[in-house]
Design a protein around this ligand. Structure first.
Ligand code: SF4
Ligand code: SF4
Ligand code: FES
Length: 275
């Protein structure tokens, strides 16, 4: 498969404001869009009119309507919530619908290319199916028996709050795209990636859950490959603190379970007591 070149990956995507001021300002800007499929491709330049308030996805739609009807692009909500329009804009993994043209320099062509970490389908669309297969490998939510005869549970609000952040994930997979373990080292068979460390953390830290995913995280899911570079955190459009709040606590649990016999005993006792 021919893939586009890798520009720099620094920078944090910012959530665009909900509404933009109306303006008649307009100018022509060039969008350098990757066109091709798994057999190969190249960047094509598309000059198009832009105006204040437009996002990159607007420009792509305009190009699709006026100049390249067969341009493949995946999107759905145009509101930063479906996670469909992930791409690399000027080399940075971002949502096209949340990247305002006003945040980019239009003096040079704006490059728009598919996420590099996943196989290319066509143009800006990649095959994300590996992510769905990975998710199935993670032990599902396993609640303890109800606390009361009416089938209800009692949990602390603080414990609920702790996992709330993880549930904001829109599965855009920008974090998977930027992670060097997947992107550069192609460890897809042995590493589940930051999105699924967030998913596993949400389950492991859930106040009702009694499953133990720590052995799998160590042995099959490759958490040891993560060297805490925080690139994943820096691109997350939901501002989830992936590394500090999900990955590092999971790594600590691996250490407790495998390298601290006393901690392991306490954990086993605690799980037995809850179950
Ligand atoms: S912190 Fe870990 S999971 Fe996140 S990008 Fe870096 S290596 Fe990947
Ligand atoms: S953790 Fe953030 S970057 Fe990763 S898939 Fe979820 S929303 Fe996207
Ligand atoms: S179109 Fe839904 S997140 Fe961009």
């Amino acid at each position: 498969m021919t893939t586009p070149p890798t520009p720099g990956l620094s920078g944090v995507p910012s959530r665009a404001p909900a509404s933009a001021p109306a303006s008649s300002d307009s100018r022509t800007a060039t969008f350098r869009v990757w066109r091709g499929d798994a057999t190969g491709g190249a960047f094509h330049d598309y000059p198009t009119e832009t105006s204040t308030g437009m996002v990159v996805l607007d420009a792509i739609h305009q190009i699709q309507a006026d100049q390249a009807n067969d341009l493949a692009v995946r999107w759905n909500c145009k509101a930063g919530k479906c996670g469909s329009c992930s791409a690399e804009i000027n080399g940075k993994p971002r949502l096209m619908c949340m990247t305002r043209l006003s945040d980019l320099s239009l003096d040079a062509p704006v490059t728009v290319e598919p996420m590099r970490a996943f196989p290319l389908v066509k143009d800006l669309v990649t095959d994300l199916s590996w992510n769905y297969r990975v998710k199935k490998q993670i032990t599902k939510f396993t609640p303890r028996p109800p606390d009361a005869p009416d089938g209800t549970w009692r949990i602390q609000q603080a414990d609920v709050d702790r996992v709330q952040e993880f549930r904001k994930c829109i599965e855009c997979y920008l974090c998977q795209d930027v992670c060097h373990v997947i992107r550069e080292h192609h460890e897809q068979d042995t590493f589940i990636g930051p999105r699924f460390f967030v998913y596993a953390a949400a389950l492991e830290m859930h106040p009702l859950d009694i499953a133990d995913r720590i052995p799998a995280l160590k042995r099959e899911h490759g958490i040891g490959f993560c060297n805490i570079t925080k690139c994943c955190t820096s691109v997350c459009p939901e501002n989830i603190t992936i590394t500090d709040n999900a990955i590092i606590p999971l790594k600590e649990r691996v250490v407790d379970e495998f390298y601290d016999p006393l901690g392991k005993l306490v954990k086993l006792f605690s799980r037995a007591h809850r179950g």
